[in-house]
Write a protein that binds this ligand. Structure first.
Ligand code: AMP
Length: 291
């Protein structure tokens, strides 16, 4: 068996807003057709399109979901103002060779009597899990439901949201979900700033200052490559770079083990250095892998 032949670009992209509509299309594919899946909240940028490109290399069909999932937003977060440029998202998907966009309505996806949730214990005690209570329960619930609808062979997630990717990998393993998880490197602007749908909230000045996140992460990674293993030293390098960029607030700076996402004093195995900070009212996250 050779590699699957991806559909040529510029084919029409199918758009489904109902679960039934998507399922009818999915059931019409050949039984051995490979589907690659990239779940998103829309406002697509080249980071999302990198997931699509990876999927197209390995699967006959690529499906993108566009769904701003209310379950993963806290009450004081940006759910209602999150950008929703749907027509532009569809255009980008079509140009990228996506076969189908699944964009359900929240009211259909979560009927009023919805009451089933999915949680991965243990990996959400630090980093975003500590700052955003209930966030990963919302993420795990939506992604498991999407997996059940989309029925992918492979699913693609960005390293940009490393805690999310590692939690979902564990979910797939623990619950024997029958698919392969792929983690795709973070796509950045030339300045180093990680692409994010939330970057549109930044003023030009905030955007310039926020480049300190990646600069600090890269400086710390260089120190790690030279042999520095003290978490205090590595987070210190990152913190001083970020503090000099006058963020409104640093939420966390942590060096954690990739295995359990817990802070370690001395980094021994594969680790992650991660940061969340506010520039103006916008909360940005970024990380580098140390492995
Ligand atoms: P979102 O729409 O922000 O929920 O992101 C959807 C998917 O795209 C997640 O798997 C993200 O980790 C991934 N993603 C977001 N930004 C980037 C980026 N700059 N580089 C690579 N993947 C990304």
């Amino acid at each position: 068996m050779g590699r699957p032949t991806p559909r040529p670009r510029s084919d029409a992209v199918e758009i489904f807003t109902s679960i039934e509509g998507y399922r009818a299309w999915r059931n019409g594919l050949a039984p051995d057709a490979t589907v690659g899946f990239a779940p998103t909240m829309g406002a697509l940028h080249p980071g999302h399109l990198r997931l699509v490109a990876e999927s197209r290399k390995a699967n006959a069909f690529t499906v993108v979901s566009v769904f701003v999932n209310p379950l993963q937003f806290g009450p004081a977060e940006d759910f209602s103002r999150y950008p929703r440029p749907f027509d532009e998202d569809v255009r980008l998907c079509r140009e990228a060779g996506v076969a189908a966009v699944f964009a359900p309505e929240a009211a259909d996806f979560y009927p009023p009597d919805f009451s089933s949730y999915c949680e991965v214990e243990g990996l959400d005690e630090f980093l975003d899990g500590a700052s955003r209570p209930g966030h990963f329960r919302g993420v795990c619930t939506v992604v498991l439901k999407l997996f059940n609808i989309v029925k992918p062979r492979r699913a693609y997630f960005g390293q940009k949201d490393i805690q999310q990717a590692l939690i979902l990998k564990k979910l797939v393993r623990d619950l024997s979900v029958d698919l392969e998880m792929q983690i795709v490197p973070t796509v950045r602007e030339a300045t180093g700033l990680a692409l994010s749908s939330r970057n549109v909230y930044l003023t030009p000045d905030e955007k310039t200052r926020a480049t300190a996140l990646s600069r600090g992460l890269f400086l710390a990674r260089e120190a790690w490559a030279r042999g520095e293993r003290s978490a205090r030293a590595l987070t210190g390098i990152l913190r001083s770079e970020i503090e000099s960029s006058r963020p409104a607030r640093i939420d966390y700076i942590e060096a954690v083990s990739q295995a359990d996402l817990r802070p370690a004093e001395t980094l021994s195995g594969p680790s992650v250095l991660a940061v969340a900070a506010f520039y103006g009212k916008t909360r940005l996250i970024d990380n580098v892998l140390l492995d």
